[in-house]
Design a binder for this molecule. Structure first.
Ligand code: MLT
Length: 308
């Protein structure tokens, strides 16, 4: 195998470090961060390596068309936009950048939580529209935050919210009782949903994941609960959620949508609701996180190329 003849296609915006470093290694690279799905399906056969973020869906069809694919690199954390089963069947390596955006994602979570608690977006929109008045909020100190998924990001959110005077409880599919020591306590999902004033989701989900929060859990929650989601929308049953938002029981602050951009009618209704605070999947979108993502993904990609 002539490694220098490997052709790389990058289909989403990545930090220029990655483009520069791969070129310096003599690799042939095409940078097409705005490529459409139709175009990708046409050209993917001509590449050995595909580099994507979350916009590009590397599903079965893309993998089938990519007859020469040997490696798929995800410049980020979640590989839910990649059909990893199909990649495995075709012996295509999948590399990514675990840990690269932990701090950025945790910081945005705190921002969304405070924005929702204090109605900051409403206050700002009113002010900008010429209506300068006070919006009412709730204080977070002394309240309970339930963290679902106590990995790197969940842990960091736990540390920060504890410092804010919040009572931290955590649930994970693995036993996190040791990990949460000194920050808060591990609980069951049912305990978490019924005891929390704020619920923050930090789970890894597969492409066919079932929602963790459904009508059953929404029923058990306290009235006025704030749910923050900076992981993946599919962790929540969106249609059921909308019903509880409309009833006034739940406030939702989210960085992620079921479709990005949202396109289903119920999704757009949820997006526009006054009790919903939204950012546009910017959890990892900081200079620092994107640089780290580029460095780690490049390193893992170069290692995978050596192992071909
Ligand atoms: C990730 O999984 O890394 C995030 O979705 C961030 C992104 O790629 O923008």
């Amino acid at each position: 195998l002539n490694r220098e003849s490997l052709r790389i296609l990058i289909t989403d915006p990545v930090d220029e470090y990655m483009v520069r470093t791969l070129k310096e290694r003599g690799l042939k690279l095409s940078y097409q961060p705005d490529i459409t799905r139709e175009e990708l399906l046409k050209v993917v056969e001509g590449y050995d390596i595909l580099v994507v973020r979350s916009r590009t869906k590397v599903d079965k069809q893309v993998i089938e068309k990519g007859k020469n694919l040997k490696i798929i690199a995800r410049a980020g954390i979640g590989v839910d936009n990649i059909d990893t089963d199909e990649a495995e069947r075709r012996k295509i390596r999948v590399v990514y950048a675990p840990g690269a955006s932990t701090d950025s994602a945790a910081e945005l979570t705190i921002g969304l939580m405070i924005s929702a608690a204090r109605n900051m977006f409403t206050s700002m929109s009113l002010a900008k529209a010429g209506i300068y008045k006070k919006t009412q909020g709730v204080e977070l100190s002394g309240k309970t935050i339930g963290i679902i998924g106590f990995g790197r990001i969940g842990y960091k959110v736990g540390v920060i919210t504890k410092a804010m005077g919040m009572n931290v409880i955590a649930y994970d599919v693995v036993d996190v009782s040791k990990r949460v020591e000194g920050i808060g306590k591990a609980v069951t999902l049912d305990e978490l949903v019924s005891e929390s004033d704020v619920i923050s989701i930090h789970v890894t989900v597969g492409k066919d994941a079932k929602p963790i929060l459904t009508a059953r859990e929404f029923e058990m929650m306290k009235r006025g609960v704030i749910i923050v989601n900076t992981s993946r929308a599919v962790a929540v049953d969106g249609k059921a959620l909308l019903k509880y938002i409309k009833e006034g029981k739940i406030t939702y602050a989210t960085d992620v949508f079921w479709n990005e951009p949202p396109k289903e009618e119920w999704e757009v209704e949820l997006l526009r609701h006054e009790r919903v605070t939204v950012t546009t999947h910017i959890g990892a979108q900081t200079k620092e996180a994107q640089y780290r993502v580029a460095v780690i993904t490049t390193e893992n990609l170069l290692k995978a190329i050596q192992e071909l």
